[in-house]
Design a protein around this ligand. Structure first.
Ligand SMILES: Nc1ncnc2c1ncn2[C@@H]1O[C@H](COP(=O)(O)OP(=O)(O)OP(=O)(O)O)[C@@H](O)[C@H]1O
Ligand SMILES: [Mg+2]
Length: 356
C-alpha cells in the first residue's frame, strides 16, 4: 500500500460558532514515529480518527486527534485555551476507558497517549516553538485490514434486508452492553482509597462496534464520560432523556447517575429492536409519568413482538427517572429472566418436535 500523504482534513461539521474545523494529519505519530498513518476513518463531531500501524507490534491501532477551529489557528492567543479544554476532556475519557478496560474486555484497550509538537500548529506555520498536542492511541476493533462495523451500520443493513434481530440476539446485545456498563459504573477501592464510578453519557448505535460472528459488541468513545455525581457536559440528544419542558436541552444532566446510561441503553436497544430510532414524540410519551399518555408508545414497542420481560425492560429503561431501574445490575436481572424464558421456549419447542 502506498504511504499516506500528510494533509489537511476537514471535519464533517463546523464548530458551535460556525467556524470550519480542520487538522493536519501527519504520515506518522509518536516522537519516534512509532505509528504509521494508513487512512482517515472518521471526521465526526468530537475529533478525527485515523487507522495506523503500530510499528512495534505490526498491529492495527486507531488514533484520535482533535479538530482545530480555523479561528483558533488564526489567533495565537486562543491556542492555549483550546489545548487545555481538549486535554481536560481527553483526560476524563482516558480515566473512564482505563477503568472499563481493567474490568471488562469489551472496550478498546488504550495503547498509549502520544504527546508531541502539534502537527496542525506546525503546518499552520506556528514556528519555531509550537505547543504540544496529545493523541489517544487505542486498539483497533474490527477485521484485519481496517474495516469495522458500527451497530448503526448493522441496524441499517438489517433494515434494508428486513432482517430483524431475534430475541436472543437482542438479549446478547443488551447483556454485553450491561457488562461493560457495570464495569464502568462500579466504585473502585484501590489502596484504601475509593473513587466513584463513571457514566458513559453517550451510548448510541454509532458508539458501539460489532465483531464476530458470534456477535461481540464493544462500547467505544469515552470522551463524554463523567464521574457519578458530576455534571454531564456532552451527550447525544437523540438518545438521551428528553427535556421535560419541550426544549432541546436533554434533562438529568446536572448530576450524572447510572439511570442516565440506562436510558441511553434503552434508547439504543429500542432502535435495534424496531430497526429505526423511536420518534421524539414516542420518547416523550414513555418519559411521561402518565400511563394514558405513554400508551401509544408502549403499544408500538409491544407490537415489535419480543417477549414480555424484554419489552418491559425497554419500557422501564425509557420511563421517567422515578420508574426507571436504578442500576445496571437490576437490568441484568430482568435480562436473565427474559433469557430463561427464551431457553424454556426453545426446550419446549424441541420436546414438542421430538414427540411428534
Ligand atoms: N477502537 C476503534 N476501532 C475501530 N474503529 C474505531 C475505534 N474507535 C473509533 N473508531 C471509528 O471511528 C468512529 C468515531 O469514533 P468515536 O465515536 O470514538 O469518535 P467521535 O469523536 O465520537 O466521532 P463522532 O462524532 O463521529 O461520533 C467510530 O464510529 C468508528 O467507526
Ligand atoms: Mg462517537
Amino acid at each position: 500500500m502506498s504511504a499516506f500523504q500528510p494533509q489537511w482534513v476537514e471535519a464533517d461539521s463546523p464548530d458551535e460558532r460556525g467556524s470550519p474545523r480542520k487538522a493536519w494529519v501527519p504520515a506518522e505519530y509518536g516522537v519516534d514515529g512509532r505509528f504509521a498513518t494508513r487512512r482517515v476513518l472518521s471526521r465526526g463531531g468530537q475529533g478525527y480518527v485515523v487507522l495506523a500501524e503500530d510499528r512495534w507490534s505490526g498491529g492495527d491501532v486507531v488514533i484520535k486527534g482533535m479538530w482545530w477551529p480555523e479561528t483558533t489557528l488564526d489567533d495565537p492567543r486562543t491556542v492555549r485555551a483550546t489545548l487545555s479544554d481538549h486535554k481536560q476532556q481527553r483526560d476524563q475519557g482516558l480515566r473512564a476507558a482505563w477503568q472499563a478496560a481493567q474490568l471488562t474486555q469489551q472496550c478498546p484497550v488504550v495503547i498509549s497517549v502520544e504527546t508531541q509538537p502539534s502537527p496542525s500548529l506546525l503546518a499552520a506555520g506556528r514556528l519555531p516553538d509550537p505547543d504540544n498536542e496529545s493523541f489517544l492511541v487505542q486498539q483497533f476493533i474490527g477485521q484485519r485490514g481496517g474495516t469495522s462495523l458500527t451497530l448503526q451500520q448493522d441496524i441499517d443493513a438489517r433494515a434494508r434486508e428486513n432482517r430483524r434481530y431475534t430475541e436472543d440476539e437482542l438479549l446478547d446485545l443488551a447483556e454485553q452492553l450491561c457488562n461493560t456498563l457495570a464495569a464502568l459504573h462500579a466504585d473502585r477501592y484501590i489502596d484504601k482509597k475509593s473513587s466513584k464510578g463513571w457514566i458513559h453519557a453517550d451510548i448510541k448505535p454509532e458508539n458501539i462496534l460489532v465483531l464476530g460472528p458470534p456477535a461481540r459488541y464493544v462500547l467505544i468513545d469515552y470522551d463524554a464520560a463523567v464521574q457519578i455525581g458530576g455534571r454531564i457536559g456532552f451527550t447525544t440528544r437523540a438518545y438521551a432523556p428528553p427535556s421535560a419542558d419541550g426544549s432541546d436541552e436533554p434533562s438529568e444532566k446536572a448530576s450524572a447517575a447510572e439511570r442516565f446510561d440506562i436510558y441511553m441503553l434503552g434508547a439504543t436497544l429500542a432502535h435495534a429492536a424496531g430497526l429505526e430510532r423511536l420518534k421524539d414524540q414516542q420518547y416523550r410519551q414513555l418519559y411521561a409519568d402518565d400511563p394514558k399518555e405513554s400508551a401509544p408508545a408502549r403499544k408500538y414497542l409491544t407490537s415489535l413482538g419480543y417477549g414480555p420481560v424484554l419489552t418491559g425492560a425497554l419500557i422501564t429503561s425509557l420511563s421517567s427517572w422515578r420508574f426507571r431501574l436504578s442500576t445496571v445490575d437490576r437490568v441484568r436481572i430482568d435480562l436473565a429472566r427474559a433469557r430463561s424464558a427464551t431457553v424454556l421456549q426453545s426446550v419446549l419447542r424441541s420436546l414438542g418436535g421430538a414427540s411428534r
